[in-house]
Design a protein. Sequence first.
Length: 313
Amino acid sequence: MRAYRMLTILLLLQSRGHVTAGELAERLEVSRRTVYRDLEALSAAGAPVYAERGGGGGWRMLDGGDLELPSLDDAQLRALQLGGRRDLLDDLGLRGAAELAWARLEEALDRRDPALDERLLVDSPSWRGRRDDVALLPVIQRAVFRGQRLSFLYDRGGEPVGREVDPLGLVVKGSTWYLIAAAGGQPRTYRVSRILEATIIPEPVMRPDGFRLREWWGEQQREFVEQLPRYPVRALARGQSLETLTRAGWYATVERQSEPNEDGYCEIDVAFNIEFHALGWACAGGPDVIVLDPPELREKIAERAAVLLRQYR
């Protein structure tokens, strides 16, 4: 990913002549500190870039300092966008393209720190590995990047249904791939692992007017979060049970937390997605969790405790 950022910075400097760190941070979706580190690394590596101080300051490229950047084909450019995600590169069959692109960029930038690869490793996949089957991803990828329509069978949890769509883009969330495609002119989301068969239709894609993949996906995520079910709980919690909620992610959100009392308990308002998650958390917490509200959750905890007591007595 760093090589991709550096290439983007150099291309923007060559095309615009002057770019601020704030503009680069917004374009690359990283912090300003990250941008400054990349710019300083480029300068240290001999790239003709320099900082311009003052109110209208920013970063510029020295006059006559245009770089002879390597010519990269479409596959290599797509590989750079995925940075160090080797699992995703394998999904798209781009591992070889990525290695070639990185080697050419390193040569072009005259990298001066050969020990970097021995000090920094981006290992994104989870310990549990992949569950999804993405065997059809190469076919789907070709349809997306060639701008051709796609016909497929989709598993909706029952009888497979046929679809003919206009592929608009691919999104990867964690290690899960999604196809964004228009059906009847409306963008839809399809999980790639649920596509059972896929055939490219040699017809051009009709893209909805004004469609922007990043903007559309961001809106879909916001709507998804807003529509999640909400099961509110008021409780006293301490120790690991309280810490667990701060890392709960999608299934629980702490909305209020008091200062700890003399026994270490914090009073919290927490929104779970469903009652089952709240019940599991409360029972697992044992003496570190005291549910105050709702009453029906307290009753279910007591019932479960009685059952467990009979089983293990």
